[in-house]
Ligand binder design. Structure first.
Ligand code: FMN
Length: 213
C-alpha cells in the first residue's frame, strides 16, 4: 500500500485525503465564518434601540428583582453620567452608589416604600453647591446640571435593560445625616436601580401642540 510520509508520520491514502482537506476547512472558517460573524454584529447593531425607542423604554420602575447588577453595567452607566454636560462644565455633583444591605436600609428610611427597599442598588445624586455655576442674576444651575446627569443615568440604565426611578420626595435632611454629606452638598435625587420585575407603562404626556409655541 502507498504511504505518504510527513516528517515522522506515515499516512495511508485515506488519511492523506482527510488531512489535505484541513487547509480548505481552515480557510472556510476564516473567510466564511467571518462573514457570518460580521452579519451577527450587524444584526446586533440593528437590534439596538434608537433614541426615540430608548426614551419610550425608560419608565419609572417601581418593582425590582433582587438580582445583582453586573459591575460592567454599572461602569458603563456611570461613564454616561460622567460625560453629561453642565453649566460652565463645573460638574458640581457627586454620586454615592449604595449596594450594601446596611446602606440600602438607611436609604429606605429616607424614602419608605416597599418597592424602593427591594432595589439592589440605590444611587444618591447630590449637588455640590460650592462648585455650581451661578449666573449674574444669582440663578444657581446645580439643579439643572444634576437633572441632566441623572437622566443620562436613567437612559443608560434603560439601554442596559435596567430599571430606574427618579425619587425626589424623600427626607433630604435625614439622607444628609445618614450618609455624612458635606456641608455644601445637597442630596437632590435618589435613584433605585435594578432588573425590573414589572413592565413599562403607557406614557401619559401632553400633546405636541400643547408643548410647542
Ligand atoms: C424630578 C422628578 C422627581 C420625581 N420624584 C418621584 C418620587 O419621589 N417618587 C416616585 O415614585 N416617582 C417620582 N418621579 C417619577 C415621576 O412620577 C414619573 O417620571 C412621571 O410620572 C412619568 O412617568 P415615567 O417616568 O414612567 O415616564 C419623579 C420624577 C422626576 C422627573
Amino acid at each position: 500500500m502507498n504511504t505518504y510520509r510527513y516528517w515522522f508520520w506515515n499516512f495511508s491514502p485515506k488519511e492523506a485525503r482527510f488531512w489535505e482537506k484541513i487547509p480548505i476547512f481552515a480557510y472556510w472558517t476564516l473567510v466564511y465564518r467571518n462573514d457570518v460573524n460580521q452579519l451577527s454584529v450587524k444584526l446586533k447593531k440593528q437590534e439596538k434601540m434608537d433614541f426615540l425607542e430608548l426614551t419610550r423604554n425608560r419608565y419609572s420602575c417601581r418593582n425590582y428583582q433582587s438580582k445583582v447588577v453586573e459591575q460592567d453595567k454599572m461602569d458603563y452607566i456611570m461613564e454616561c453620567v460622567r460625560l453629561a454636560p453642565s453649566a460652565c462644565n463645573k460638574q458640581p455633583w457627586r454620586f454615592r452608589i449604595l449596594t450594601e444591605e446596611e446602606e440600602l436600609k438607611k436609604a429606605s428610611q429616607c424614602y419608605n416604600r416597599e418597592w424602593f427597599a427591594a432595589a439592589p442598588v440605590v444611587i444618591i445624586a447630590s449637588i455640590l453647591h460650592d462648585e455650581e455655576w451661578i449666573r449674574a442674576d444669582n440663578k444657581h444651575h446645580g439643579d439643572i446640571d444634576i437633572a441632566i446627569a441623572v437622566e443620562h443615568l436613567c437612559l443608560a440604565a434603560a439601554e442596559q435593560g435596567l430599571g430606574t426611578c427618579w425619587v425626589c420626595n424623600f427626607d433630604a435632611e435625614g439622607c444628609k445625616k445618614f450618609f455624612g454629606l458635606g456641608e455644601n452638598e445637597e442630596a437632590a435625587v435618589l435613584i433605585p436601580l435594578g432588573y425590573p420585575a414589572d413592565e413599562p407603562k403607557d406614557k401619559i404626556r401632553k400633546t405636541m401642540s400643547e408643548i410647542i409655541g
